[in-house]
Each structure stands twice: as C-alpha cells, then as structure tokens.
Design a binder for this molecule. Structure first.
Ligand code: ADP
Ligand code: MG
Length: 693
C-alpha cells in the first residue's frame, strides 16, 4: 500500500471500531489509522519490577506478587471483591468495586497472583484498588507483555487504556502487512530506524529496551519521530511562506510625501535600529506579493514608531492601514498617538471598538468603507464587526503573541481585494532564542530592534517580602512627592476577574488611606471602557500619581513619567509577564525602580526566577532563562498554532537538532518535494486551513 493510502485509511477500518468507538477516538483527534499510530504514549509503566510487600509505600506504583490467602465478597455498603495476598514479607489487599463472577472464581486461595497498581495505605496494610492483575496458575517460562514497559496514553471518558492499546496493536500489524515507503532521506540520517520499526518500538517496547533512553527521549525510535515531526512542522511553515509568495499584493513605493514632514515634526530621531527595520519593511512592501514580517523588539524599544513609519509608506500610496492591538487600553493609546502624529499630515485616523453602537457605528463603518478614514485602529473588533475596507494596504498586529492565528488571518482575508492581499506587519516583545525562532516563525521574515532609545536609565529591580509593605508605601510617597508616578500592580493568579477587581479596590482604599496627600487611581478589567480611558488619561496627565491596577496594563501602556512599579505576588507570575509589566516604567530619563513583592516562603524555582528579574533587564536573556526554568509552552502561549500541539517534540529538549532538521527540510524540498508534502500530510493532516489561508 502506498504511503498516502495508508495515511488516509479511516479508523473504522480496524476491527471492532463501531460508531461509538469512532466518536471517542475522534475526540482525541484520531480519524485515521495513521493518526492512531501517532497517538504516542505519554509515559511508560514498568510492571516487570516486583517489590516485596514489606517494602511498598503509599503512592508508589509497582507490581507485587504472592499467594492468595483469602477471597471475600463484601456486600455491606457497597459490593466489593477483596483478595488478600502474601509474599512471605507482608500482606496486601487487592480491592475491586467492579467485578464479575469469573473474576472472583479465578482467585482461588493458594494460587499465585501478580498485581500492578498504585499502593494505598488501607486499614490493615497496603492496598491496591482495581489493580491490573494476572493469575499465575502455571509457572511462567516465556516473557509476557507484563514484562514489557507498558505504554500509557492520553485518553477520554469511556475509552480504556486496554482498548486503546489493542487498537494500536492492530494498527501496528496492519503497518507490518503494508509497509509504507521511506520518506526521509536516510543517507543523511542513517542511524534512524524505519518508521514502522520506530512506531513499533515506541508502542510495544522490546523486553530488552533501555528504559532510561526512552525516558529521556534519546532512543533512535523516538529520535526518528521527533525529527519527522519537527521536519513536518518546518516544511508546513515553508509551504505557507511559498504559498503566500504566490499571492499578489499591491507593490507600494514610498514617495516621502508624508514621511518627510512626519520626521521633521517628530520630537525625536528614530534610532538606528528603528531606521534599519523600517528599511526592511519598505523593501518588503515594494514587492508584488504580501509582506509577512515580524518585528521583535524588547519592551520599550519603540515598536510603535516603526509601525507608524510602515503605516505612512502605505498611506503615501493612497492605501488604508489597520492596526490591531490586544486590549482596549492599548488600542486607545495607539489611537491618541497616531492621531497626534498623523492629523497634522491631514491623514484621517479613527478607531473601532465593540462598544460602538447605532448611528455612530454605522457612520464610522461607512467612512471606512468609502476610504474617508485611512488609518483604523482597534481591538479584534476590527475583524469581527462588519467592517469593510475600501483598499486595505497594510495590516499591523501589535503584541501578536496575544492573538490566535485565525484572528490574524481573518483580518488579512478581510483586506483582500480580489486577488490582492494586504501586507502584514506583526510586532512582538517576546523574544525567543534564534534556533527556536527558526522553527516557530519559519513562515515569517524577522526584523529585530536591538537598541533602546537613547537616554534611558536601566530599571533597578528589588525583591522584597510582603511583610515590608509599610516601607514600600513610604517609598511611594517619596517618589510621588518628588514629581514621579507609580504603578501598583495587584495580581491574583487563577482567580476570577471579579475577585481581582475586588482586591484591587481594597488595595486602592488601603493605599489612599496611608497616602492622603497623593491622588490614587484605580483601573481593572471590570470597569467600563470609558472609565478606563478616563483613568489612563488622568494618569498620563499626572492628575493621578499612584495607579493601582490589575494586569490590564500589562502590555503596551506608555506613560514615560512613571518611574516606580510595585508588583504584588510576583512569585506567581511568569517571567515574560513580569518583564512586560516592568516595561511600563523606565520609559523616561528619570531613574526607575521596580519592586517585586512576594509572599514568603519562596520555592527554589520561584527564587531562581525572581533572581533572573533582579539581574536582567534584557527580554531576550529573560526569555531564555524562563524557558530553561519552565519550558517552552508557557512562554509562547497556547494560541500559537502548533506549539502546544506537538505530539512528541519538545522545543527546549530538542533544540539541539533544530539546525539539522532545517538541512533535511532544504534537502527534501529540493530533491523530494513530493515526500515533503507527504510528511506534512502525515503529521499535520488538518492544517490545510492555514496552508491555504
Ligand atoms: P514598545 O516597543 O514597548 O511598543 P513604545 O513604542 O511604546 O515601545 O515606545 C516606548 C517609548 O519610547 C515611547 O514613549 C516612545 O515615544 C519612545 N520612543 C520611541 N522611539 C524613540 C526614539 N527614537 N527616541 C526617543 N524616544 C523614543
Ligand atoms: Mg508596544
């Protein structure tokens, strides 16, 4: 059978898969036999190791073996089968709530039994509830499956490990009967086993396998799958990029009509990095296919100005520009900035929000549709409301890691004018190490703003226990009285927005009580948009000196006069988030400080993480450390496609092979493009929607 046919063999072609089972498998994302084979074990249990009953302890998962001393069925509260066994060192009980006559009759006192499960401390000694068990009526000569590592899979309600395991065995047999063609360029990676051998090893480890290799994902069988998956992911990204190159866009040639007066009126000069990145954008936008560029720049590096300059390039060509930001507060702030920058140039700037209603809304939409408004700013309301553009030339997404790919593509699609797509500029402050960027952003061109605007003094960060609050409050007072401004961020992790708002309110009251000479403001997610807007404005104009806030101010907010930030429960936040929050200060020339308050005692990890914050102001270093301490998924957020969905790849663990995989990708595309497509099809069969986007 050819590879392609095998890949598409529906799951119901396996024996015993009826409608009900099919539905359950589909819940796990398994539609084809191949999907099932790629449903890889989460971990393995080692049932071959037998412990002495005297040695077992509560919580341990292990096998025990012994003679049955007693078998009883209790009928009091709940029917239960209890089988007591001994191995000479101690006595243990096997307890079954669900059982049938066959089971109880099989447990004949005197016979040997072997059981595997988690040890609980029962009234009369160790107990195993519903263990896996096997009667050892005959002396065992050949190894059985119990002597192998047992794979454990993620599953869903009503689908047992046993059923899953049996189905996978069936699929493996099918694979043996119809071996699929080799699609990797094996001469380049000769140490890798064939795919069928690799899958068989992983689902049904041979008895002599080294469990440590498996545990560390170092077994060649696992390496094969890791390489395949990474390769498939990278290839899919390259296909996206290739496909996008086949699309058309209006080439936009800068005239300088707006740019020249804009730069003259601007209060500062763009940094060399801002200029370089703008030039890269300019070259992209001159192409007849859509730009797909990601600008990475640390918090405070001045991405907004780059966005503005990119916007001007499009506006000079008579095109419209849409700028999408993840929060209302940020969209609002961008609106004010762009209005101040662009209105003197006679460019009509306006905003869109889900709050718009009735006639105002209609009037605004009409003005966008007929091209009267040329620069539109907003949250995701830009795409989900019925906004239609006249000729959208550029889409800018700020803090792109906050958006899902579909949201982004949606806006892009909205801007399509027959065959022509808008150019796209994405911006993010979440720097990731280069090898990872190669994988995660393989479909994007990347520009890096590696320089902060001049005159910034680095933020000094201190880590202080909550018990020293009063000192901090005193410090706040000093800062405010000497003309500075302060954010006090109140965070509750895992609690509701309501609790968080309540907490922030209490904190504001408490602080106002201590600081009667200072104007304390409050902002949180439960407030109405216009209230938030007013508070931010008051803070910006220094009507408010101390702003108590929830993490609603996490991204983008820019008030250069603010020079002290206090973050509560800092130990509970991720480093990326702390860095973003802290980035709200240090935007002016005054010395800025950040106080990370924590609730003692701190765990080792928390100590390590807060130390990173104290020692570095560099988002890039922080991201790398964060990743080392916590793993990748959390940094990127689950919204990034693919990232959370890897079946076997772990970008941190597998970093070292990323470069090699890149070479394989080039080779395949050049010499075996047909295999490249098959590989993507195997691992990411449901990605079409993105690929053709
Ligand atoms: P971020 O990259 O975090 O989005 P912003 O665009 O908000 O950063 O810029 C941070 C601050 O730096 C703003 O107050 C902005 O006006 C200022 N800024 C940006 N570029 C320059 C520059 N070239 N010179 C001086 N200040 C600048
Ligand atoms: Mg920003």
């Amino acid at each position: 059978m050819s590879t392609r046919l095998f890949n598409h063999l529906p799951i119901k072609s396996l024996n015993g898969v009826g409608l009900a089972l099919e539905a359950k498998l589909q819940k796990l994302g398994i539609n084809t036999v191949y999907d099932l084979l790629l449903h890889l074990p989460l971990r393995y249990e080692n049932r071959a190791i037998t412990a002495r009953i005297a040695d077992v302890y509560s919580g341990q998962t292990i096998s025990i073996e012994g003679h049955i001393t007693q078998r009883q069925i209790i009928t009091s509260k709940r029917r239960m089968l209890i089988c007591t066994i001994t191995d000479g060192t101690g006595v243990a009980a096997l307890r079954f709530m669900h059982f049938n006559a066959g089971m109880s009759q099989g447990m004949i006192p005197g016979n040997r039994i072997r059981a595997y499960g988690e040890i609980k401390q029962g009234k009369y000694g160790p107990e195993l509830i519903h263990p896996h068990y096997r009667l050892l009526s005959h002396p065992q000569t050949t190894p059985t499956d119990e002597d192998r590592l047992t794979p454990i899979y993620s599953t869903t309600d009503g689908l047992s490990q046993t059923v899953l395991r049996k189905l996978i065995q069936q699929a493996l047999q099918l694979l043996q009967q119809y071996p699929i063609d080799e699609i990797l360029p094996i001469p380049l990676c000769p140490w890798l086993p064939a795919i069928d051998a690799a899958l068989s090893t992983i689902h049904y480890p041979p008895t002599d396998i080294d469990p440590l290799l498996l545990e560390q994902y170092q077994h060649p069988a696992q390496q094969r799958l890791i390489i395949e998956e990474l390769l498939a992911y990278q290839l899919s990204m390259q296909f996206i990029r290739e496909d996008e190159r086949k699309l058309q866009a209006y080439p936009l040639n800068a005239t300088g009509r707006y740019m020249t007066p804009f730069l003259t009126q601007l209060a500062f000069t763009p940094t060399a990095a801002q200029q370089r990145v703008t030039k890269e954008i300019k070259l992209d936008m001159q192409q007849p296919y859509p730009m797909m560029r990601l600008v990475q720049g640390d918090v405070g590096s001045g991405k907004t100005l780059v966005a503005a300059m990119a916007a001007l390039l499009a506006l000079e060509n008579g095109k419209q520009v849409a700028l999408m930001a993840p929060t209302e507060i940020l969209a609002e702030q961008h609106y004010h900035n762009f209005k101040a920058w662009f209105e003197p140039l006679n460019i009509e700037v306006d905003w869109v929000s889900s709050r718009l209603q009735g006639k105002t809304k209609q009037a605004k939409f009409d003005a966008i549709a007929n091209g009267q408004i040329s620069m539109v700013i907003g949250t995701h309301a830009i795409f989900y409301e019925q906004v239609q553009f006249k000729q959208l030339g550029l889409v800018i997404i700020d803090e792109q890691h906050r958006f899902g790919v579909d949201q982004r593509l949606n806006l892009w699609e909205k801007g399509r004018d027959q065959q022509c797509y808008p150019h796209q500029l994405l911006m993010t402050a979440t720097p990731i190490p280069r090898t990872l960027a190669m994988t995660v952003y393989a479909h994007l061109a990347i520009s890096i703003i590696d320089e902060l605007p001049p005159g910034r003094t680095p933020i000094t960060t201190v880590v202080i226990p909550n018990t020293r609050r009063l000192e901090i409050i005193e410090r706040v007072k000093q800062v405010c009285l000497s003309g500075g401004q302060v954010y006090w961020v109140c965070t509750l992790v895992e609690e509701s927005e309501t609790f968080e708002a309540q907490d922030a309110e209490n904190l504001a009251t408490e602080l106002q009580h201590h600081l009667s000479s200072i104007q304390v403001g409050l902002i949180h997610g439960r407030m109405k948009a216009n209230e938030k807007q007013q508070i931010m404005l008051d803070f910006k104009q220094n009507q408010i000196q101390l702003l108590v806030a929830t993490t609603v101010i996490e991204v983008g907010v820019d008030v250069p006069n603010a020079n002290l930030m206090i973050i509560e429960n800092a130990e509970r936040l991720g480093l990326a988030q702390l860095h973003q929050l802290r980035g709200r200060v240090g935007r002016g020339s005054a010395v800025s400080n950040c106080v990370l308050l924590y609730q003692a005692p701190l765990s080792k990890t928390a100590q390590a993480r807060l130390k990173v914050m104290r020692e570095s102001n560099d988002g890039f270093i922080i991201a790398q450390k964060d990743m080392e301490i916590r793993g990748m998924g959390e940094i990127l957020g689950t919204k990034q496609i693919g990232i959370a969905d890897f079946k076997i790849v772990d970008l941190v663990r597998d970093q070292a092979i990323i470069e090699q995989v890149q070479q394989l990708a080039h080779y395949l595309i050049k010499h075996q493009p047909h295999h490249a497509r098959i590989l993507v099809d195997c691992w990411l069969p449901y990605r079409e929607k993105y690929i053709n986007a």
